[in-house]
Write a new protein. Structure first.
Lengths: 387, 378
């Protein structure tokens, strides 16, 4: 596995990460290092919730200090994501782990729900930090550095609830109208996203299912080995061979466990992140369409001379700029996202293949060594019989 | 040899060189035998060779199945495995120093029609010990040979542990099947996904193919394992054959003990009559007390009858003792032979299991190495 900031499995401090960094697609030197760890339970009279410790180390001038430590809860992450989406409606914001987990999924991650979430949150912040635009977002900076009360007051300064609702209403209305003139490249993009989303969801389900089947196989195997030991107790000549088989089965059992944990570390979180990404992408497409729809409706209004033409023309000018900006931002981010998607999924599948190769190699060694001891004994016995 | 069974179905069989009593090899044409005829043969051997651990028949119905194999007795794989089991049964008999000489066995292999009548004419069913008698003996015998008692315990343990092992093996097989087959779904989805990808398309597509190969490899792997399970099953059923020999010993021993007891009581009666003392209760004694003594002539007559019975009893006891000792000697010789056979066969079975596992691992390494290469080209 790569030693980059996307490996939440390695609980490295930001300081050690500075020394280990690999520069892949960022031409600039990495100057912002974030870790998410130490989940803590907080109990108040109203509710119980978990906070995570966030440590930031940076050499950037715009930060008041070079090191920060804050505690954040899931709600705060949600707030940050909302702000990023508002500020950059057509950028591909990294996905957050789900608010509620579908029943039954919890046991599927050997780490447990909190640990899985912690890793996903770590990834979320690091992806933002690595994004050429988002990394300089003001709300992001506040999120990383402000103390609890500072954050609360900053949150209140944002656009009011009513204006946010207004935006939502307009968004729904315009998306219902549909987009007639979606440029070709975005049509292609949309088609890709639809199919990708289907496929990645299927892969997510398949991978979860494999994990479940492996767990059940492991549970049965645990019982299988000891029976041979039990049998060996009533045998003399056969006892060694039986014990040998029991030991091999136990070793295979352990190897299965390792394969399962490898799966849940390397493959399942990555695939799941891209499931969330695909939902995110559909939202981005909608927002882009919505921006274009605003323009289109004004152009339509001008055509039918529904209102003051001078005002309209000015508004259209602004909207045309807005659409162009949005489209370019999305195009650039799309290219970046495709790259990272291909790399991440390729990596994850290769890890899965590695885990399986290692698993079977372990099995091979175990059984071959058993076979050698048995055939050696056979040869010994044969020569004893002859003499 | 190929003997197959099916309800109402007869199957062809042909014998190859079989040693029989005059040492000649016999080669005959194909012969048809039903499962029920195999059962008849075995029951006959059980009666005539009670000191031998008679080889067991393969299971009539599929047991210890896992989900893929239905418990369908018509399933071609099951039928084939049972055919092999029946063949194995005959080979075991043919290679047994005593059983291979049996006339009825020879006729089983060679006599086309009327074999059933021939067997039944031996009257072996009449000679069979009743189950009730055997059960009675098991509970009441006082001094069975310790080795047989231990053997009985061993066979109980063997049966229990092999049953357990086969049950768990079936469950493990079921789970393993699940793991492999779900990977097949990757194949389908990768293929569909590859349609929208430019650079990744080829890698995905070919990786998907390897996932399909992986998923389908489990069928052969588990079919091979069924043969291993069959080897264990044979010894599961052998446990019952061992118990049958133990039961026979208990029966003979009980018979002996009863005869000895009977003889002892008759001797005592005789003594009492002769000396006039009554130590044991007897109805005659009571009635004589109540209704008057019997005449000396009557007493003499009774003593004479008893003395004759005692003589007879002593002869019988002697021959039963001899029989009993001979049985123990012969049975134990066969049991030793059986033990060596069992150790050899089961060790071989365990080794073949290891070989199967190795083959499975090698296939796994190959498939996943190929898949990894495809992923790397993505």
């Amino acid at each position: 596995m790569d030693m980059n900031s996307f490996s939440p499995a390695m609980p490295t401090s930001p300081l050690s990460m500075i020394n280990q960094v690999k520069f892949e697609d960022e031409p600039n030197l990495k100057d912002l290092f974030i870790t998410v760890d130490e989940p803590e339970s907080h109990v108040t009279t109203i509710e119980t919730f978990i906070t995570y410790r966030i440590i930031t180390k940076t050499s950037r001038g715009e930060f008041d200090s070079s090191e920060f430590e804050v505690r954040r809860r899931y709600q705060d992450f949600l707030w940050l994501k909302g702000r990023l989406e508002e500020a950059h409606p057509t950028l591909i914001i990294p996905p957050l782990p789900e608010k509620f987990i579908v029943k039954g999924m919890v046991e599927r991650f050997s780490d447990g729900f909190i640990e899985t979430r912690r890793k996903a949150l770590h990834k979320f912040l690091n992806r933002i930090a690595d994004h050429p635009t988002l990394t300089f977002n003001e709300d992001f900076k506040v999120f990383l550095t402000a103390q609890a009360w500072e954050l609360s007051s900053h949150k209140k300064q944002g656009p009011g609830l009513l204006s946010r609702m207004g935006q939502t209403v307009r968004a729904v209305a315009s998306s219902m109208r549909g987009v007639k003139n979606r440029p070709e490249e975005f049509v292609e993009m949309n088609d890709f996203i639809e199919i990708f989303s289907q496929k990645i969801n299927l892969i997510d389900k398949i991978s979860q299912r494999i994990y479940k089947e492996e767990r059940e196989y492991f549970d049965e195997m645990k019982e299988y080995g000891p029976i041979h030991i039990l049998w060996s107790a009533s045998e003399e000549d056969l006892a060694d061979a039986l014990k040998g088989v029991a030991s091999c089965i136990d070793k295979c059992c352990k190897a299965t466990e390792k394969r399962m944990s490898g799966l849940s570390e390397a493959l399942l979180p990555v695939v799941h992140e891209y499931v969330l990404y695909s939902e995110m992408l559909m939202g981005v497409m909608k927002r882009r369409d919505q921006i274009q729809a605003e323009l289109d409706s004004k152009v339509e209004a001008l055509t039918y001379k529904k209102a003051d033409t001078d005002l309209l023309t000015e508004e259209i000018g602004k909207l045309e700029d807005k659409v162009e900006c949005a489209n370019n931002a999305l195009k650039a981010d799309w290219e970046r996202w495709i790259q990272s998607m291909q790399n991440d999924l390729k990596s994850a599948f290769m890890d899965m293949a590695e885990e399986n190769i290692y698993y079977y190699e372990q099995g091979l060694a175990t059984w071959e060594s058993f076979l050698t001891t048995q055939t050696d004994l056979h040869l010994e016995e044969a020569s004893e019989d002859k003499s | 040899m190929r003997k197959r069974r099916g309800p109402g179905q007869r199957a062809p069989g042909s014998t190859r060189s079989v040693e029989h009593t005059d040492g000649q090899s016999v080669l005959t044409d194909s012969l048809w035998r039903r499962y029920s005829e195999f059962e008849l043969l075995r029951n006959y051997l059980l009666v005539y060779y009670p000191h031998i651990v008679v080889p067991p028949l393969p299971e009539k119905r599929a047991e210890f199945v896992w989900h893929k194999l239905s418990a369908d007795n018509m399933d071609p794989d099951f039928v084939e495995r049972r055919r092999i089991g029946l063949e194995n049964f005959l080979l075991r008999i043919a290679s047994h120093p005593t059983l291979c000489r049996d006339k009825i066995f020879y006729l089983f292999l060679t006599q086309e029609g009327n074999w059933k009548e021939t067997v039944n004419e031996t009257g072996f069913q009449l000679k069979a010990d009743s189950r009730l008698k055997a059960l009675n003996a098991t509970f009441r015998v006082k001094n069975p040979d310790k080795r047989f008692t231990e053997l009985k315990h061993y066979s109980d343990e063997l049966q229990s542990v092999i049953s357990h092992l086969l049950r768990v093996r079936a469950r493990v097989a079921d789970r393993l099947y699940g793991v492999y087959k779900v990977h097949g779904n990757y194949g389908r989805v990768f293929s569909e996904w590859s349609a929208i990808e430019k650079e990744m398309g080829d890698g995905l597509q070919s990786a998907g193919h390897h996932m399909d190969v992986y998923a389908s490899s489990i069928d052969d792997i588990l079919e091979d394992e069924e043969h291993y399970a069959d080897q264990l099953k044979e010894y599961l059923f052998y446990a019952e054959a061992l118990r049958a020999v133990c039961r026979k010993h208990e029966l003979m021993q009980y018979d002996l003990e009863m005869a000895a007891q009977d003889l002892a009581s008759k001797k005592q009666q005789c003594e009492e009559l002769a000396t006039g003392t009554v130590r044991t209760f007897s109805l005659k004694g009571m009635t004589t007390k109540l209704f008057g003594q019997e005449t000396p002539e009557q007493r003499e007559a009774r003593i004479k009858v008893l003395e004759e019975q005692i003589n007879e009893g002593e002869q019988q006891l002697k021959s039963k003792n001899l029989e009993g000792r001979e049985f123990v000697r012969n049975a134990w010789a066969d049991i030793e032979r059986f033990k060596e056979q069992k150790n050899r066969d089961l060790k071989e079975a365990l080794i073949s299991y290891a070989v199967m596992q190795i083959s499975m691992c090698k296939k796994g390494i190959q498939v996943w190495t190929n898949a990894k290469e495809c992923f790397s080209k993505m």
